[in-house]
Write a protein that binds this ligand. Structure first.
Ligand SMILES: [Mg+2]
Length: 166
């Protein structure tokens, strides 16, 4: 039997988009849409997300997963603004964006949803988050170079296989 997670969470920086939203070396918020409908920052630079993200969110939402954001950025406002401008807000049931260990973010998901840690899966690019989440039993898939359909499929397989071993 294929065991699936109930809730799938994503990090933001270097997972859904290729920059840190709170670092001026990358971007200068606030963001807006220009006349061509492109998302830009105050330097009029185009703000891009990793290519496959919109279709990944659409796919997982369609497949019935509960989707969430867990981000430790120091600029939650800018992050939320991008979620809105990219039109991704509609996919996420839970959004937790603030500094500190991601254990806090996941405890929030658990208390709000009633879903157990063992039913959650996270895609994230930072090892320190994996170390933290290991301690509460949330599986994390390491992201390198942005999330892709291939990685999502591999992550879901890994989640299912971990259950078979139990
Ligand atoms: Mg990150």
């Amino acid at each position: 039997m294929v065991k699936k997670p109930t809730l799938i969470a994503f990090d933001l920086d270097f997972t859904l988009w290729p920059f840190a939203v709170d670092m001026s070396a990358y971007v200068a918020p606030p963001f807006s849409k220009n006349m061509n409908g492109q998302v830009v920052d105050t330097r009029s630079r185009k703000i891009k997300h990793f290519k496959e993200v919109p279709s990944i969110l659409k796919r997982l939402h369609h497949e019935g997963y509960i989707l969430a954001i867990a981000s430790r950025t120091g600029d939650p406002e800018a992050a939320r603004q991008l979620l809105k401008l990219f039109n991704w807000e509609k996919y996420f049931t839970y959004i937790e964006i603030y500094r500190g260990s991601k254990i806090t973010h996941f405890k929030r998901f658990k208390s709000e949803s009633g879903i157990d840690f063992s039913e959650m899966l996270l895609f994230d690019d930072e090892h320190r988050n994996k170390r933290d989440l290991d301690t509460i039993g949330v599986m994390m898939i390491m992201v390198i170079g942005g999330v892709t359909h291939k990685l999502v499929t591999e992550g879901l397989d890994k989640f299912s296989n971990s259950y078979e071993q139990k």
